[in-house]
Ligand binder design. Structure first.
Ligand SMILES: Nc1ncnc2c1ncn2[C@@H]1O[C@H](COP(=O)(O)OP(=O)(O)OP(=O)(O)O)[C@@H](O)[C@H]1O
Ligand SMILES: [Mg+2]
Length: 249
């Protein structure tokens, strides 16, 4: 059995003249929390959607849980949990109905009560999705991703827009998921979060990996601040590697 949860080599994805992912290679080990970091437009979502089987790469090789898209799709879908960067859930379904729908996609998984408990949405069980706050919807999206008790969870900016309480709550959800042996691949723009959650991170820019390692390794290598006012952080690493200019022209 492959010891890696995800292995991709020389991934490339083009949109016309634009190369969104440009020869990207990375390996995620089973049981770890792996962070994809990078500026807006770096190619994180495109990469993660290729790994999730939602996009087909133009070039490159992908193996997920030792399986391959195009050959083992059904087996893969049963074992993955996916939270998209922008989840659109049906506004006129209740929280409970939404969870029942997602649970029905999987042969095994968690009960509705368990899912409501994990994301602390019991009080909203009968509310329409359209009446939830942004943060509550985000938590519901996480519960949907957990419905099939996945082995591997993909989360694209799971904490963007969450208040500090909900953010910490999600960190706890991920901690318990990993204690049960799960693997997590996430993207985040919060470097403090990546530092706390991730065993290893890859910094992606212009569609490829420019640095990879544990937060501590990267901080030791790139994270010495120019003016020493504090200990190096992953944010220092990110700025040192990706510069100060905005990517959106
Ligand atoms: N369907 C598409 N058609 C054309 N261009 C696209 C498409 N999807 C993504 N792109 C472009 O590919 C590049 C990478 O986008 P992607 O969404 O992967 O970036 P990202 O790293 O997830 O950024 P963010 O941090 O803003 O979410 C961007 O320049 C984007 O405009
Ligand atoms: Mg994105």
């Amino acid at each position: 059995m492959s010891t890696s949860a995800v292995r991709c080599e020389r991934l490339t994805k083009r949109y016309g003249d634009l190369t969104a992912v440009d020869g990207l290679s990375l390996t995620v080990r089973r049981g770890e929390c792996f962070g994809l970091l990078g500026p807006n437009g770096a190619g994180k979502t495109t990469t993660i959607e290729i790994l999730e089987g939602l996009l087909t790469p133009d070039e490159g090789d992908v193996e997920v849980l030792g399986l391959r898209w195009g050959r083992d799709d059904d087996a893969l879908r049963q074992r993955l949990g996916i939270q998209l960067q922008e989840t659109r859930l049906a506004e006129k379904l209740s929280v409970e109905e939404t969870l029942r729908l997602f649970r029905s996609f999987y042969r095994r998984g968690r009960t509705i009560d368990e899912l409501l408990g994990i994301v602390e949405l019991e009080a909203k069980r009968h509310s329409w999705v359209g009446k939830l706050s942004g943060g509550q919807r985000q938590r519901l999206a996480i519960a949907c991703a957990l419905a099939g008790a996945p082995d591997l969870l993909f989360l694209d900016e799971p904490t963007t827009g969450l208040d500090p309480q909900s953010r910490r709550q999600l960190w706890g959800v991920l901690e318990r998921f990993r204690a049960d042996g799960g693997t997590v691949v996430l993207t985040t723009h919060y470097m403090d979060e990546a530092e706390v959650l991730c065993d290893r991170v890859a910094v992606v820019d212009c569609g490829h990996v420019i640095a990879q390692g544990s937060p501590q390794e990267l901080i030791a290598q790139f994270g010495t601040p120019k003016v020493v006012t504090h200990h190096g952080t992953l944010e220092d690493v990110f700025m040192a590697l990706t510069g100060r200019h905005l990517r959106d022209d």
